[in-house]
Ligand binder design. Sequence first.
Ligand code: F6P
Length: 323
Amino acid sequence: MKRIAVFTSGGDAPGMNACIRAVVRTAVYHGIEVYGIMRGYSGMIKGEFVKLDSASVSNTVQRGGTILKSARSQKFMTKEGRQQAYDQLMNNGIEGLIAIGGNGTFTGATLFEQEFGIPTVGAPGTIDNDLFGTDYTIGYDTAVNTALEAIDKIRDTADSHDRCFFIEVMGRDSGYIAIPCAIGGGAEIVMVPETQMSTEAVIDTLREGWKRSKTSFIVIVAEGEVEGNVHEVAKRVKAAIPQLDTRVTIVGHIQRGGSPTAADRLLSSQIGIAAVEGLVNGMRNVMAGIVDKKLVYTPFADTISKKKLINQSFMRMVEILNS
Ligand code: F6P
């Protein structure tokens, strides 16, 4: 393989730049030309390619966001869009791709390989940590630490005013961000899509705490929570326990930004190297990940269809630590 390209797609995640840097430097190390594709699949369709060399990724390892920018492309989900993307790759002599993204990114790559035979190796880039085939995704550790910092600050004011705060953290369909935030942030309750805790159970726990003379509470709610959004949950609790002074905070996109933690820089670098070496060694349609401290390549089909289960003992920990 003489020329490859790298792109970031879907929601950005801290550590994507460290991963791009590792991809570029590994390609350079192996004497392979490397191009960056701007704005994910959208830029691939439009032919937004930039030649990268070692210097292009200097001073990026510590930067949040993605220097290649990111997008969620509807057009690539059409056959016509993928045909245009393929034509652009051929015009630029690109033989293989490194895709840094999540589920949607790998779904697109799978279709692309089936139709046009373009080999892709993926790097798990999403703060949600919801990808099967890696213990941690790029950006997850940073996002949890960012959310935790916000929760610590909210706890100060919750305590001063004897209030109950409902705090929403990100994670489209998963509680991976919410759970360590609850344990590390000393929350009384965590609501995640995986366990489907009812609002009634939340009310019972808060009532029980109130009886034990607790005066301030933190309830972490994952954004994909099935009982409804954080405002609805808070409203139902307030109606059931009027004496609680309730407030809602949505941590939001702050979780997607910022300088990656040491853990994320290390993971991104390991995976960036593994992705390029996998691609040049003939791998295709797989994602590089770390499971039990070992490098593994998992077929895209599994990363997309298999559910990474949350550790149930963490839910029990939240309960015990609230005693
Ligand atoms: O996938 C990462 C993520 O931040 C999810 O946690 C969240 O549901 C979604 O992206 C938000 O996407 P957008 O930035 O497009 O609103």
